[in-house]
Design a binder for this molecule. Structure first.
Ligand code: DUC
Ligand code: ZN
Length: 458
């Protein structure tokens, strides 16, 4: 079955050009003009932009956090992703300390296989370092896991400087890439204890105890460790200009450093934590926290200049009832925000329509760069002959208001409630099948495939 999307403009990381797209089964057969004769079915997408399916390289579905489990599992989270134009997610497999990487991978396959509406892959969390884990790494690559994650905070997952150094050295040898959560755990612990001792237990203490300079310190330390290991790294969910400065220093020294940020750091700010209403404040608790409003423009500028390469969501959703767990103690609020359903429209609306990010730059940060960085390119991340026919048909003339009630993620609030979009997603095609139309997920049964990923080519 050959389907033609006719009359649109195809967006790539290098520009926008008028072209039709002919799909044949799961793949793109041709991109060009005058292809109608070859098609069995034609869809008129005049006036629309055709993006490669968005890739969200940072989700947490079905993850146990702070004594509870994320509201979205692979079924609900990936359905929300697809509705938001994300045709591939890369989630973080997370073995507990003491467990093997293979156990973590098997567990994540159990959570995701047959239950995921979009295509998916896994990063592997390294929260221990020993000869057993070293020996497991080659088989991770063989099983399509070419990217890893380490934490410099959270006692359950953090790994010390020495082990991080050894792990990075080994990843360098094997050609892997590692994302790192950068915050200074020790000083944050000290600040939390002080806050608790003085009886300041509300959500307003959350940003105060995780200041931006302690993120910058961890970025700086990580980058020196990466220098010692001679290994490229990814700073995940970077939030502020001091942390960016540390990245610039390392790049000047000749290091390869990739940076990810998230819509919440581009569009929301810390003022929400100081609301008198607990529920209003708690719903925004995530780590690192939202920052001062002034930080947003630094991040947008870095996106325009290409010093930030990817925008992912860190989707880690909890219902308001779950967020209620920290009413007496802010450290018990499960950390994380939903975002997988709204990233594409928000980034177009507030980046392209309002902040001089152009469509090609948007394509780079949502599609092409994550595809290259995480070994999915050229199967994903671009629209050309032979690539998967994952396509977002974006109508720049549409507009709607973001409302939790309209969303399908399994969560009863939306951090972007009331935000107005510039344009909207009209259709989402997943490997040649129309999967979403006008906000409705058409697939009744999960169709997502596990992606065996190769190595970084960014
Ligand atoms: N930060 C969060 O807020 N939640 C999940 C993991 C993370 O790093
Ligand atoms: Zn995360």
């Amino acid at each position: 079955m050959k389907t033609l999307l006719k009359g649109g403009s195809v967006v790539s990381g290098s520009g926008v050009k008028r072209a039709d797209v002919l799909m044949d089964g799961e793949k793109i057969l041709r991109v060009g003009r005058g292809l109608a004769d070859a098609a069995d079915a034609v869809q008129d997408v005049s006036g629309c932009l055709l993006f490669p399916g968005f890739i969200d390289a940072h989700t947490h579905f079905d993850l146990d956090v702070a004594g509870t489990t994320t509201a979205d599992d692979f079924y609900t989270g990936s359905r929300a992703a697809l509705r938001g134009g994300t045709t591939t997610v890369i989630d973080f497999a997370c073995p507990n300390k003491g467990e093997t990487l293979h156990h973590g991978l098997e567990l994540w396959h159990q959570k995701a296989d047959g239950r995921t509406f979009c295509d998916y892959g896994f990063h592997m969390t390294i929260d221990d370092w020993n000869e057993g884990i070293r020996a497991e790494l080659p088989d991770m690559f063989a099983q399509g896991v070419s990217s890893f994650k380490m934490y410099m905070t959270y006692p359950a997952m953090m790994i010390g400087d020495r082990d991080m150094y050894w792990a990075l050295k080994e990843l360098r040898r094997l050609g892997g890439i590692c994302g790192v959560h950068c915050e200074n755990a020790g000083v944050i612990d000290g600040m939390i204890a002080e806050r608790k001792n003085s009886g300041k237990l509300g959500p307003g203490s959350h940003p105060v105890t995780r200041p931006p300079y302690l993120e910058a310190e961890a970025v700086s330390r990580l980058l020196r460790i990466a220098q010692a290991a001679d290994c490229p790294v990814v700073i995940v969910h970077l939030t502020n200009h001091e942390a960016l400065k540390e990245v610039e220093h390392a790049r000047k020294r000749g290091q390869i450093v990739y940076v990810e940020t998230c819509p919440q750091y581009l569009l929301l700010d810390e003022s929400v934590y100081f609301s008198d209403d607990y529920s209003t404040a708690a719903r925004y608790v995530c780590a690192p926290p939202l920052r001062e409003k002034a930080e947003q423009e630094y991040l947008w500028k870095a996106l325009r200049h290409g010093s930030i390469q990817t925008v992912s969501t860190d989707h880690c959703s909890f219902t308001l009832a779950q967020k209620g767990m920290g009413r007496e103690d802010f450290t018990k609020i499960p950390g994380g925000l939903p975002g997988v359903e709204t990233r594409g429209e928000l980034m177009y609306s507030y980046g392209v329509a309002k902040r001089k990010l152009n469509a090609a730059q948007l394509c780079r940060v949502l599609c092409e760069n994550p595809a290259r960085l995480y070994g999915l390119y050229p199967r994903k991340g671009l629209l050309r002959r032979g690539s998967d026919a994952d396509i977002v048909v974006y109508d720049p003339k549409a507009s709607h208001v973001i409302r939790a009630d309209d969303c399908v993620a399994n969560v009863d609030y939306n951090p972007y409630e009331g935000f107005v979009t510039a344009g909207g997603i009209r259709q989402v095609w997943l490997r040649g099948r129309l999967a979403v139309e006008d906000g409705k997920v058409l697939d009744q049964v999960p169709q997502g495939k596990y992606m065996v990923r190769g190595k970084n080519s960014l």
